[in-house]
Design a protein. Structure first.
Length: 435
């Protein structure tokens, strides 16, 4: 830390008349660098933190002595010189996912986020009014002067005022020009300095989620929410939505791991704290249904009913979600009952003929459907069992008729039609017998 104090002393000594505004600019710039690191878990007493701050202060002092002290420079000229300075001294190689400021200082590797933070910090330390812009896939800086707003594409050393052709090198015979395009600028939104500082943490949250480190992502999202608690309502809401997304992703991980109780509890706590939101409610219904599907597939209906009773009440699961899961349990329980009727090898059902079993199952399914009309599958079971019953009656009838036992055959058909009056096949059999 001695080196840092010495550098500050040199800066102040070199600027004989340092104004309060200049001191404030330097403090804000340093806070931007510091906050971007500490939010990502870089400890203040770590070598990474110390090295980055020492580099920033050293380069700030150099910039002040060689550039910013020149009062003849306009804000535009100074802003462009600072971008060149940053690439001469800090940034070297672009890497899509390298958002961390300490690594950018130590390795020179950067992306749009880390380069925007570093450029903004140096520009702010020079007293420039620079503000961060974000889109869905990008981050860059805008310089505000008294009359203009000029974009700065910080991922390119020639990115000052992108879209404008400029000369970058000359020799005896030729002048070279370059135009840095404005890519991914649609949907731009200006954000606060604190939001800019928090962007590496936001990217880290996404990385942690991708590695199934959900609890760590949630903790980081909460720290970021706290850090942005004094920002605009829109930015606070954005931070909250990012936290909610982390929790929802954690719930997905738990659900896929076969831990429905923990998944739902996570979402219940989230709704208790931040209210019922459509996306959370939909997730809850989906996980609730998935839990019921597991009970259904395992034929654990006792466990399924108990689960429903633990998580009903309408506070969390929607009426539609509850009914959908409840219908699944009703269907599953009845399917087990039908299976018992049709396939029992002992008890009263074992004493029945196949014809009687189908009729009993058909009546049971019809009764269950009457009580639970939303479970359409019960109607399908009833129809199927009745058709199978009709096939059995037809086969018995045919066997008797072929043996010349017409009266017995008629009695079989009449009883069959009494039990299954909608059978077109049995009606056709009776018509044929009456000829």
């Amino acid at each position: 830390m001695k080196k840092i104090c010495f550098i500050i002393a040199v800066v102040f000594f070199s600027c004989a008349a340092v104004s309060a505004d200049e001191v404030s600019d330097i403090a804000e710039a340093r806070a931007l660098i510091e906050d971007s690191m500490t939010l990502c878990g870089v400890e203040r007493d770590s070598s990474e933190f110390t090295a980055a701050i020492e580099d920033f202060e050293l380069f700030t002092a150099t910039l002040n002595e060689t550039v910013t002290s020149d009062d003849s420079l306009s804000d535009e000229e100074l802003a462009e010189i600072i971008l060149t300075f940053v690439y001469d001294n800090v940034l070297r190689n672009y890497q899509l996912n390298q958002s961390f400021v300490d690594r950018a200082f130590s390795t020179g590797v950067y992306n749009c986020v880390s380069s925007s933070i570093i450029y903004a910090a140096f520009a702010k330390s020079a007293g420039l009014d620079v503000r961060a812009q974000v889109t869905k896939d990008h981050c860059f800086i805008t310089l505000y002067t008294g009359t203009k707003k000029i974009d700065v594409e910080t991922t390119n050393p020639y990115g000052f005022n992108p879209g404008v052709k400029k000369a970058v090198a000359k020799n005896a015979n030729m002048t070279h020009y370059v135009t840095v395009p404005k890519r991914y600028y649609n949907g731009r939104k200006e954000v606060s300095t604190k939001m800019l500082a928090s962007l590496p943490a936001r990217n880290l949250m996404s990385s942690l989620t991708d590695r199934s480190m959900d609890e760590e992502a949630e903790e980081l999202a909460l720290r970021r929410m706290d850090y942005l608690s004094e920002c605009s309502e829109a930015e606070k809401e954005e931070a909250l939505n990012d936290y909610i997304l982390c929790v929802r992703n954690h719930a997905v991980t738990l659900d896929r791991a076969g831990k429905p109780e923990q998944s739902l509890e996570l979402l219940e706590n989230l709704m208790d704290s931040y209210g019922v939101r459509r996306a959370i409610s939909k997730d809850y219904d989906d996980f609730y249904y998935n839990a019921m599907a597991r009970f259904y597939n395992n034929r654990d209906f006792e466990g399924g009913w108990a689960f429903i009773h633990r998580h009903d009440g309408g506070k969390y699961v929607s009426i539609e979600g509850f009914n959908k899961a409840n219908d699944m349990m009703i269907l599953g329980w009845n399917e087990s009952f039908f299976d018992k009727i049709l396939n029992s090898t002992e008890g009263k059902y074992a004493q029945m003929s196949q014809e009687e079993r189908y009729l009993t199952a058909a009546k049971a399914a019809a009764s269950a459907y009457k009580d639970n009309p939303s479970v359409r599958e019960l109607k399908k079971y009833s129809d199927t069992f009745y058709r199978n019953y009709g096939v059995c009656v037809h086969n018995n009838f045919a066997e008797l008729a072929n043996a010349g036992k017409y009266e017995e055959a008629r009695a079989v058909l009449e009883l069959g039609l009494k039990n299954y009056p909608d059978s077109a096949n049995l009606k056709r059999d009776l018509k044929s017998l009456n000829r």
